[in-house]
Design a protein. Structure first.
Length: 196
């Protein structure tokens, strides 16, 4: 049974699922309906998921350690983004990032799961315009959902970027912390700057 994570909550992925080796990070969303009839419809709304790989000091040492739609695979093959979804259309996960924990290099201690809205300023969009947004972690071997965080649209109104969670090493365990911090940013690069 999946655990619904709340902001600030931590959980040991290793203890929750001792055989865990491969996880899928899924992001899903819908565009909130907008009042105003035919001419009040929403423009294209594009959320982008990414993983920022940090060292033990929580620092980004190389831009190649950011896995997103423009850099789909980590050089170690431990993290692979499955491609950009431009609209959020359809059911279930709209963007998927697969992580092979045993392949994550030892110099990477933190995997920061982040989301940003593509062209948010140009399109005047923020997370308050999104419905049914979630991020979830799934054991890829068993298809068991391990953890889920449901995003509240109003809580993040005005925010255009978000750090959802840290997946990190603690001794021999992999743990997750639900960070859920929103920011007013223009691009993913603005989130990455927090770790330089």
């Amino acid at each position: 049974m999946a655990i619904n994570l709340k902001k600030g909550q931590r959980m040991s992925l290793t203890k929750e699922d001792p055989g865990l080796k491969q996880i899928m990070c899924g992001l899903g969303w819908d565009v909130a309906p907008k009042s105003g009839g035919f001419f009040g419809g929403n423009k294209q709304f594009d959320l982008d998921s990414s993983v920022i790989c940090l060292d033990e000091n929580k620092k980004l040492t190389d831009a190649k350690n950011i896995i997103y739609f423009g850099n789909l695979r980590h050089s170690s093959s431990s993290i692979a983004h499955q491609g950009d979804n431009l609209t959020g259309a359809g059911e279930g996960d709209d963007e998927i990032i697969n992580i092979d924990l045993p392949l994550v290099p030892s110099n990477i201690a933190y995997l920061i799961i982040a989301i940003n809205i593509y062209k948010c300023k140009e399109r005047k969009q923020d997370f308050g315009m999104v419905d049914n947004a979630f991020v979830r972690l799934v054991n890829r071997t068993t298809n068991q959902e391990l953890a889920r965080y449901d995003l509240s649209g109003q809580e993040y109104k005005g925010m255009t970027g978000m750090i959802l969670a840290d997946v990190y090493r603690h001794n021999t365990e992999w743990k997750i912390a639900a960070v859920c911090n929103g920011f007013k940013i223009a691009t993913l690069a603005d989130i990455a700057k927090l770790y330089t």
